[in-house]
Write a protein that binds this ligand. Structure first.
Ligand code: DQA
Length: 144
């Protein structure tokens, strides 16, 4: 059974209480359960993780390369400025695995600083703006 890493960046552990008008009322545990249920219905093992640390997130991307795993990545605010996360993400796609960038919100309909992603140029694709469904759509794509 293929394993998929679902990696979440800073502040996503605060879902439910963090700006529910933008991110919805689902909390992180609820998001994790939705992802886990969808993954098992598609026949995947899934490891869902969240960190506020850039260093930890980079370590997990290196792990994906070493274990040859596809990745669903919500880099959160790192999306917009972290060349270090981008440099780690490109190693995943260059190793022949998929890396799908996801966002709960649609960053392009929000503040100007969110319009730029340093992850998109190295990602296999991007799914944004569909709340928790962004992750489920990414899993569906990995099943194709
Ligand atoms: C986000 C969008 C980012 O701009 C923001 O910094 C986040 C969450 C999203 O899922 O909509 O933390 O990645």
């Amino acid at each position: 059974m293929a394993t998929v890493l679902v990696l979440n960046g800073p502040n996503l552990g605060r879902l439910g209480t963090r700006e529910p008008d933008i991110y919805g009322s689902i909390d992180y545990a609820g998001l994790e359960k939705l992802i886990t249920d969808k993954a098992s219905s598609l026949g995947f093992e899934v490891e869902v993780r969240q960190t506020d640390s850039e260093s930890e997130l980079i370590g997990w991307l290196h792990e994906a390369v070493d274990r040859r795993l596809d990745v669903i990545l919500n880099p959160a605010a790192f999306t917009h400025y972290s060349y270090a996360v981008s440099d780690a993400a490109v190693q995943v796609t260059k190793s022949g695995r998929k890396l799908i960038e996801v966002h709960l919100s649609n960053p392009h309909s929000r503040e100007e600083f969110r319009h730029r992603s340093v992850i998109t140029p190295v990602a296999s694709g991007v799914i944004a703006g569909f709340g928790a469904d962004s992750y489920l759509l990414a899993l569906t794509q990995l099943a194709v």
